[in-house]
Design a protein around this ligand. Structure first.
Ligand code: GLU
Length: 409
């Protein structure tokens, strides 16, 4: 999918074929074996990856995910999308990604810590504040980042907070980082609604995924006054035509409980198929990639798709949504608030000077709304979907950097 998107946009742009070939490959992939002594005394071997797609514009940047679905191809695609995301926001960073093939729900806290520290040790030579800076992604969080920061620092013999972002505030994290992806999504949605003369407060929203991204955007939109008709997690969806009480559902989630077990009068439990056919104004896929496909794109009945997840829409589905005049706000723009505040965290760590929440949110809004304006303008000028417009901007910047630096040797 990631490669197909490069091809589609390269055609439109008339991109030099050497550069196109260069952008379709990754710079380096490291596959590591992670042997972990489990609490029951049995040794288990996990496989982990860290991929640098492109560091032409700066050190690699991108999250680490823990999931049984993780594989090298997935990590390569995710690393590629990080290159475009950082470029679109004009951050001086490249694209990278990592992952471990593991179901973290099956591990104790001690096992998770050992896995994280061993994985960090295995990739230690290709990460660092001026090489590649990991961050949270699916099933990883501030605690996991703290273990990575500690393992790296112990090895170097000095504290190195700038090796990861998304850390706890107490060890060099940034205020506003945890909510940043959701907040950025809100700013982009607000800007798009202004362009289209839609009143965001009166819009009906559905959100697939109720983790860090889905949970925060649900909270922000609910607090703002929009109606959230449905949300879903890995156990299924929950729907109410009068709107859900998001605060109540977040409290439930924070106790480690699943939506499947939440009961309330007028709340209906629904499956994934039913979920995507709910009539609404904004559909927010905030779970995993490949969720909106040619199989279900036809059933989708909304005005805007706001991509909280990375790669939730396949190129075939993109075409179908476009033919239905649905605005698809692409992942590399919609969810870029996370990496944007990661960049702020990295700068704060390097300077050892920390900002307040007001500054973080203001600077985030400035950068992400500016990126949106550029994308919207190109999309109108060239009569292209938002994704293609975003890719034109992102690829052009990287292509120019490649041209200036040349092909070594
Ligand atoms: N994992 C997030 C993403 O996919 C954040 C990456 C980062 O902050 O480096 O954008």
């Amino acid at each position: 999918m990631a490669q197909k998107q490069i091809d589609i946009v390269s055609e439109i742009m008339g991109l030099d074929s050497n550069i196109r070939r260069y952008l379709k490959r990754v710079e380096r992939s490291l596959i590591v074996s992670i042997p972990i002594m489990m609490d029951d005394g049995k040794l288990q071997i996990f496989e982990g990856y860290r991929v640098h797609h492109c560091t032409v514009r700066g050190p690699g940047k991108g999250g680490i995910r823990y999931s049984p679905e993780v594989n090298l191809d997935e990590v390569k695609a995710l690393a590629t999308w990080m290159t475009w995301k950082c470029s679109l926001l004009n951050l001086p960073l490249g694209g990278a990604k990592g992952g471990v093939c593991v179901d973290p729900r099956k591990l104790s806290k001690n096992e998770l810590e050992r896995l994280t520290r061993r994985y960090t040790s295995e990739i230690i030579n290709i990460i660092g504040p001026d090489i590649d800076i990991p961050a949270p992604d699916v099933n990883t969080n501030a605690q996991v980042m703290a273990w990575i920061m500690d393992t790296y620092s112990m090895n170097k013999g000095r504290p190195v907070p700038g090796v990861v972002t998304g850390k706890p505030i107490e060890i060099g994290g940034s205020v506003g980082r945890e909510s940043a992806t959701g907040r950025g999504m809100f700013y982009v949605l607000e800007a798009l609604c202004n362009k289209l003369n839609y009143d965001l407060k009166s819009m009906n929203i559905i959100i697939q995924g109720f983790g860090n991204v889905g949970g925060w955007i649900a909270d922000i939109l609910y607090t703002y006054g929009s109606k959230i008709l449905a949300v879903s997690d890995i156990t299924g969806g929950i729907y109410s035509e009068n709107g859900l009480d998001i605060k109540e559902l977040l409290e439930w989630r924070n106790q480690g409980k699943f939506l499947r077990d939440f009961q309330k009068t007028n709340y209906k439990h629904i499956g994934n198929d039913e979920f995507f056919s709910i009539k609404c104004d904004v559909l927010i896929p905030a779970a995993l990639e490949n969720q909106i496909t040619k199989v279900n794109a036809d059933q989708i009945n909304c005005k805007i798709v706001l991509e909280g997840a990375n790669g939730p829409t396949t190129p075939e589905a993109d075409k179908i949504l476009h033919s239905k005049s649905i605005y698809v706000v692409p992942d590399i723009l919609a969810n870029a608030g996370g990496v944007c505040v990661s960049y702020f965290e990295y700068i704060q760590d390097i300077h050892s000077y920390f900002w307040d929440l007001d500054r973080v949110n203001k600077e985030l809004k400035k950068i992400i709304v500016n990126a949106f304006e550029n994308v919207f303008t190109i999309s109108k000028e060239k009569n292209l979907p938002l994704r293609e417009a975003a890719y034109i901007i992102a690829l052009s910047r990287v292509a120019k950097a490649v041209e200036f630096r040349g092909f070594f040797p």
